[in-house]
Design a protein around this ligand. Structure first.
Ligand code: AGP
Length: 612
């Protein structure tokens, strides 16, 4: 989701606006930009792909440009790749006006065609740029910016949150909305425009939430609220009752809980725009590889650390299952010093939420030095791993603030599933199975919602293990890495020692640990090896083990040996981890809270380990 911030007043606009879009970083973005009108009434536009810090670095020194009016944007690409040219603000042919836009212009192709016939030349692949040229078209015969914006927007089909500045009207911002949020902030002799209160709340708590098809024209002295027919609307001024310290968490006590509950949306955003029903495959343009190059891949190496390494283990299962390509999963910290063997036609993929993990970055560089094709799967736009990879896929999970990774993990698994589908459909996967896979993937967000609804029950179950010294997590097949991830979650935020183990391996030693003091959390879903794990759990029960079972909805059989059962919806085996991990995240979260620990900042841990 894109972010918009605008300012008009007496202060230097740049720092206010840049700070504002930084507060929108959590939405996720791939580029950003700012437009200012300087003291000589010249329009200045600066925009950059990647992190906002890159944009900041590209700006002239404050002494070189002082402006009291500006608009800025953080973009999350919908039409057109994440490039500087496609970043907002967009301008028309005369470089006199600038617009920032959030939303989708459904009829952008028709409008663009008409404008091009009128001599307009476009410089980006975006739908948004059409708005700049359309408004400019009306400005050729009308000097009133508000009129021009109204006339243009009445031709638009689709959604918009838009802000416009024009060097011919250097003390005016015009903004409007349909379907995408837009807010007017009212300060002391200054005004703000934003798509999210978080961007301006440190300056004012007096806001007006625009309604659909409303437009506001702002000058230094006042503002006028109308609809697109220029009929004056009664402004309703609200008082924001949040403060910035809590706004980031919304109503959640911790970032980690907020991020666990964001997973229906973050998993959706990981596959949004990347499922191709027509050919029942996935679309991952960021790989920068054509069909022939993708077909030539004979080996895959996944390198990562921590939770990302668990995601890689799941990726191995899914890619080997669908594409029949051998996948090695490597701890990056080991890989970089092990003199790895890299055969021809090997694709090496670095998986990293932060995109800055030193071990993973070093392993990626090692693979690159050996001539491998290296890709990155990361959550952080413009991160070092993203920049040093030849291509890759952003997981679009939005900023993950809690040190314990949750939504990034499920989004990494989602992206790896899409990669498996893409490679699989080039090899052995039928269109029919591809369609089933896509249908199941589309159903995952709602199924995650249904598991999150059990939060209170899972908290009750956490009460039963919060004082344990040790815990054992068991899983088989694609759920064995989920057992590892569940154990890591418990370890890193509740400080209870926990170990993930392949359930069948338990009898080769760890079964000696089982007694009434050892909680055993087992993933026993109705999959191809269900009967096998049931027998493993009966072995645990026979030794008085206390079992918490993650089971498939409707499975009564597991009750006979479980102290507690957490039921989750069914799906195809390869996508089970997207569901089976959710209860384990909540279990660890509640254990840590019940033990009174700092969930978001666990001791000794950093969100991104940028050192060896
Ligand atoms: C996971 O909860 C931890 N925060 C940690 O294991 C993390 O996954 C690991 O450090 C890798 O980080 P990255 O994904 O940013 O590379």
């Amino acid at each position: 989701m894109c972010g918009i911030v605008g300012y008009l007043g007496k202060r230097n606009a740049t720092p206010i606006i840049i700070e504002g879009i930084k507060r929108l970083e959590y939405r996720g973005y791939d580029s950003s930009g700012i437009a200012l009108i300087d003291a000589e009434n010249n329009l200045k536009i600066f925009k950059k792909q990647g992190k906002i810090i890159e944009l900041e670095r590209s700006l002239p020194a404050p002494s070189k440009i002082f402006s009291t009016i500006g608009i800025a944007h953080t973009r999350w690409a919908t039409h057109g790749e994440a490039t500087s040219a496609n970043a907002h603000p967009h301008t028309g042919c005369t470089n006199r006006l600038a617009i920032v836009h959030n939303g989708i212009i459904e009829n952008h192709k028709q409008l663009r065609g008409q404008l091009e016939k009128n001599g307009h030349i476009f410089s980006s692949d975006t739908d948004s740029e059409v708005l700049a040229h359309l408004i400019e078209h009306f400005c050729e015969e009308d000097s009133c910016l508000k009129n021009c914006v109204q006339r243009a927007l009445k031709l638009v089909e689709g959604t918009f949150g838009i802000a416009v500045i024009d060097s011919r009207n250097p003390r005016q911002i015009v903004a409007a909305r349909r379907g995408s949020p837009l807010i007017l902030g009212i300060g002391e002799k200054e005004f703000f425009i934003t798509s999210d209160v978080a961007a301006i709340i440190i300056h004012t708590k007096k806001v007006i939430y625009l309604h659909d098809n409303e437009l506001v024209s702002i000058t230094p002295e006042s503002f006028e609220l109308t609809n697109l027919e220029n009929e004056v609307q009664e402004p309703i001024v609200s008082e924001v009752d949040w403060d910035i310290a809590t706004i980031d968490k919304g109503e959640y006590q911790h970032f980690m809980l907020k991020e666990i509950f964001e997973q229906p949306e973050s998993v959706y955003n990981a596959f949004r725009g990347r499922l191709n029903e027509k050919f029942s495959t996935a679309v991952l343009g960021g790989l920068n590889m054509n069909g022939r190059e993708l077909r030539r891949i004979k080996f895959i190496q996944l390198i990562a650390c921590g939770t990302s390494w668990h995601a890689a283990l799941i990726g191995k299962h899914i890619i080997e299952s669908l594409a029949r390509i051998p996948v090695n999963v490597e701890y990056a910290s080991e890989y970089r010093y092990r003199n790895p063997v890299i055969l021809d036609d090997t694709m090496v993929i670095a998986i990293s939420q932060s995109g800055e993990t030193a071990d993973t970055l070093a392993a990626l560089r090692e693979a690159e030095a050996r001539g491998a094709r290296v890709m990155g799967i990361t959550n952080t736009v413009g991160s070092t791993i993203a920049r040093e990879s030849e291509g890759g896929v952003y997981i679009h999970a939005g900023t993950e603030i809690g040190v314990a990774s949750t939504k990034a993990f499920t989004s990494q698994v989602t992206v790896l599933s899409l990669l498996a589908l893409l490679l699989g459909r080039m090899r052995h996967v039928s269109p029919k199975y591809g369609m089933q896979f896509i249908k199941e993937m589309r159903g995952i967000p709602a199924k995650i919602e249904s598991i999150l609804a059990q939060n209170d029950e899972i908290k009750r179950i956490a009460e039963t293990i919060k004082d344990a010294q040790n815990a054992l997590y068991l899983g088989r097949g694609v759920n064995y890495p989920v057992a590892l991830e569940g154990a890591l979650k418990l370890k890193e935020i509740s400080y209870i020692h926990a170990e993930g183990y392949p359930a069948a391996e338990m009898k080769h030693g760890p079964i000696a640990l089982i007694d009434e003091h050892m909680p055993v959390i087992a993933i026993a879903l109705k999959d191809a090896i269900y009967d096998k794990i049931i027998s493993n759990l009966e072995e645990v029960k026979a030794r008085k083990g206390r079992i918490i079972t993650i089971a498939t909805e409707g499975d009564e059989r597991v009750k006979q040996f479980s102290e507690n059962v957490i039921y989750i919806p069914d799906t195809i085996d390869t996508l089970h981890p997207l569901l089976s991990v959710i209860p384990l995240q909540l279990l660890a979260y509640h254990c840590a809270c019940l033990r009174g620990l700092d969930v978001d900042q666990p001791r000794n841990l950093a969100k991104s380990v940028t050192v060896e």
